[in-house]
Design a protein. Sequence first.
Length: 744
Amino acid sequence: MGFGNNPNKLCVNLATYHILRVCGLLRRPPTRRAKRKRKRRQTTMTRLGLANARSVNRKGTSVVEPIDSLHRDMLVITESWLTVGTGDQVIRESCPEGFDAVHRPRPTTGGGIALIYKNTIDVQRFGSLISEVITLREKLVVLGDFNIHVGKNPDRPGELFLDLIIFLGLVQLVQDPTRKSRLIDLLLTRERDGIVTNVTVSQRLSDHDAVQCNLSVPNPHRPFKTVTFRSIKTIDIDAFSADLLDLPLLRHPASTLDELVDQYDSGIRSVIDKHGPLRTKRIVLRQPAPWLTGAIRAARCELRHAERTWKATRLTIHEQMFEYRMERRNYLLERAKESYFNTKVQDCGSDQRSLYKIVNSLSGKSLIKALPKHSNPRELATDFAEFFRDKIANSRMELDAAAALLPDVGPPDEWDECFLSKHTESDRLSCFEALSTEAVKRIILSSPSTSCCLDPLPTSLLKRILPTLLTPLTSIVNLSLLSGRFPSAWKHALISPLLKKPSLDPNVLAHYRPIAFLPFVSKVIERATALQLNEHLSTYTVLSPYQFAYRAGHSIETLLLSVTNDLLLASDEGDASAILFLDLSAAFDTIDHDILLDRLERHCGITANALEWFSFYLKGRSHSMSVDGTQSSRTELIWGVAQGSVLGAILCIIYVNPLAAIALFFGIHMNQYSDDTQLRHRFPVPLQSTATDRLTACVSAILDWFLRNRVKTNVSKTELLFAWSSFRRSKPVLDPLLVGGVKV
């Protein structure tokens, strides 16, 4: 046998060749052939797992460990112990990236099943097929915790069960015990199907061992998505800034607001397209576990070795070693994950938006990215746009018709307290002041680094080159404030539909809420306006002290502490409390612009140029629905305030601020959080009927006010709560309250 390309080849017999290779004395020379790129082929096997969790609630990381370590495509969980109320959130917290889950809880405690699967598997279609599988003679797999021992020396129920599955033409493929010495976790299939192979029992999660197998069906491909991005990190900042300095925006800035905004948008887009052009790429969604460390991977290997040793010997000492290794791996997993998220939370600092995203990802809410089934994104975007437009239009028509039936007493501003009743004409806010470049810089740097496709420049890059653009940005902000105008180009928003809850049907448009996106610099102008507006409202105490949200010192935590304290004080003094929660429907979308502008002038003391700015800001707005990067045509907005904006929420609480005067008139305590209204009345139990009459009268006046101001209440979601001390003998009668003709 010859070796290498040398003309004087060494020739030996085959036996000598093998001896030299084994001893390491012979090495094969490298070839000149280029290394071929291996093509990935779709696996013909789907990996399925069955595990008895005995509660997913506190061991979510351990439960989904087989998905990562054993590359399972589907994992069936028995005894999930999930509930109807929190089950959706808990099971979604456990889902890795690219996976989804469904579960069915038991009506009583314990029990329950769940399925974690790659989200490229159409579970709804599978559910419709499984109901027909018997009649259509499709290939069948049945698995679960049957609680019937069918292993060695089965009891009488086990024998009857084996006779039954033989009669049905099924075979049971799990051979090893799954709970101590009992075989009760079973996998059934038809013998002729030949769909199940490589059935093993491994890695217990509770007092049950997990069952693993392969299915002879095509492996579901990994989910993917198409992303459009700019390679921001590769941009040469110096060259980029140099090109910006040559723009007309900096050399010859326009004198009017809309022209200056057009210079900003068009000029910066041309520069960013040159240095960081848009690219489209399809990426595969994998199961990232950034907390995995070398110690965890080593613990996995030790666990598998201990498991193999125990199964080979069945000695108690080896079983104890296996359980120890499993506990150690689970401990390392939990501590590593906890440490990872602790670090991320600490890195957020005072950035509440980033912290909110982390909480959403931990609770599984960030995984809800469903859309109705569609073949044309533009048609779906148009359907969404028409649905939301018709929804608001119908609500306004209903409100107008209901308001026309009210007695002709009390205009919309009946309960508005006139600003001039307590203050002088000089106290009015007649114009906004120009901001310095340092003030604009602070606003930009303190704003979240979010951006959308309406922005010519990603916000993160804008902050890096802020010294170059700070002067024109300050000019845009001040020109808007001083002229009493808002840029027309920045009145347009993009709307993205978001499924409200994971348990809702994604094919029903009513199950989505619209999420609005606006240009970043437009929100900088809004923040500059909000600073001066809030200062005016605070200086002259315009807003109710019981109006929480979007105000310093009026957070949701402050509200909860206040309510809890009042309820406990009433309970300690022997009184009961009735709390009525009023729910509004699309409150931001039905606000009447003329009523709001009148309230800003009469109730808040805003006039002249400042009031004109708000008029330009509110009117002439539009939005488009965006689905998969495709936009619908524009829809003009006649009512409402811009969702996703900075001023929208502040204007909303100004709009409903007069409600506090109604509650005060009837002697009812009111708390407001944005558009949510809570009425609370404390009363001695013997005087409950009087308290109920007073609360009913107050609610009736508030509902009339809502109608006159074109705000729709959702009576079906209105709730009544009674609170009292359980140590008192006298207890209130839990009678319903009449709200809008409906008992709650």
